[in-house]
Design a protein around this ligand. Structure first.
Ligand code: UVW
Length: 341
């Protein structure tokens, strides 16, 4: 049985399109036919890893609340650490030695997916005249997504967690737009007209079910900074989408693309252009994609070698495989996406 949990739905949203209890958004558009079409893009069998090393960007000056991963080790049987650990103490030769480890990993520190529970909005979904904390498809903050200020225990994204996305089988056709070729490392707000010009110049289109991938050069800057990111340089460099361009947002909805992935920090320009009025989303593209449309966002991906190869071969489409972790209740997830051309 499904439950419709809203009376009002936000303007420009597609809530209910994939069912009242949907938690996967446009990943529902990854049909067998579209996966076969994506597989047809494989001509050479050459693979590209689209992840930064997960200890990049380095430090936590970009976001104080996201820290570099820390590997941790446990003792085995209370005595020695389970690292270079001899499984048997009675033999000197041929005995196995083993290692294992743990990690304190901020899930959105490096190459990552934003799950649909990452950004919601204050919105009067129940029609009582008072806005409440709501996420994609009407799932509620404090009820379906429970944090330390909502309850004493049982935290997590009980709805819209990345495990729903992981079990969608995240494989399809990627379309790369090389914004770096146009803008270099100059900071640029890419709106609808700019994106259409870039697609026309590459003679490629984005179709329903596609993953739109944006190469901006930001990932190269991150790598060159060698784990000591200069935030002022990063915030004043490279192209990103202009989340305040209404025509761009409408195109994202109409195209039925399933995700937008970029080597930049936030896919959209962050901080964004000032908005009109006194009440508006701080992250307008996140608001449109994650909250209204169920379109996942991939951030801090690494496209450099793929972009070079595609440019040299006059191709822009490829097969993309990019599952998040199947980690119940998580909001975001690291990713190690693979493109095959
Ligand atoms: C923020 O919190 C700014 O989100 P993101 O990493 O998705 O840009």
């Amino acid at each position: 049985m499904t439950t419709k949990r809203w009376v009002n739905k936000p303007e420009g949203s597609n809530w209910g399109r994939f069912g009242d209890d949907d938690q996967r958004g446009k990943m529902n558009l990854l049909t067998p036919e579209r996966r076969v079409a994506a597989a047809r893009e494989v001509k050479e069998g050459i693979a590209f890893t689209l992840s930064l090393p997960l200890d990049y960007p380095g430090g936590n000056s970009i976001f104080a609340h996201r820290k570099a991963p820390v590997l941790q080790y446990e003792k085995r049987g209370g005595a020695a650490y389970n690292f270079n650990f001899k499984l048997s103490h009675i033999c000197a030769e041929y005995c196995d030695i083993v290692c294992d480890d743990a990690v304190l990993l901020y899930l959105q520190y490096s190459t990552q997916w934003d799950g649909l529970s990452h950004v919601g909005q204050m919105f009067d979904a129940d029609g009582d005249g008072v806005p409440e904390k709501v996420y994609y498809n009407g799932w509620r903050g404090g009820v379906d997504l429970v944090g330390p200020e909502d309850a004493k225990e049982g935290f997590g994204a009980h709805k819209l967690g990345v495990e729903n996305f992981a079990t969608a089988g995240v494989q399809g056709r990627g379309v790369l737009v090389d914004l770096h070729r146009i803008y270099g490392r100059k900071k640029a707000f890419v709106g609808y007209d700019d994106l259409m010009r870039a697609l026309d110049a590459q003679k490629v289109g984005v179709e329903a079910g596609d993953f739109l991938c944006l190469y901006t050069g930001y990932g190269d800057l991150i790598m060159e900074m060698n784990k000591q990111p200069d935030v002022n340089v990063l915030h004043s460099s490279c192209a990103a989408l202009d989340g305040r361009d209404a025509r761009l947002l409408q195109w994202i909805s109409d195209t039925d693309l399933v995700a937008i992935c970029s080597d930049s920090l936030a896919v959209e320009v962050f901080p964004p252009r000032p908005a009109e009025g006194d009440s508006f989303p701080m992250l307008p593209l996140h608001n449109h994609c994650l909250f209204k449309q169920g379109v996942h966002l991939g951030e801090l991906w690494y496209f450099t070698e793929l972009a070079q190869w595609l440019g040299a071969h006059g191709r822009w489409r490829f097969q993309l495989t990019a599952p998040p972790l199947r980690l119940p209740g998580a909001v975001g997830s690291p990713a190690t996406p693979v493109a095959v051309v």
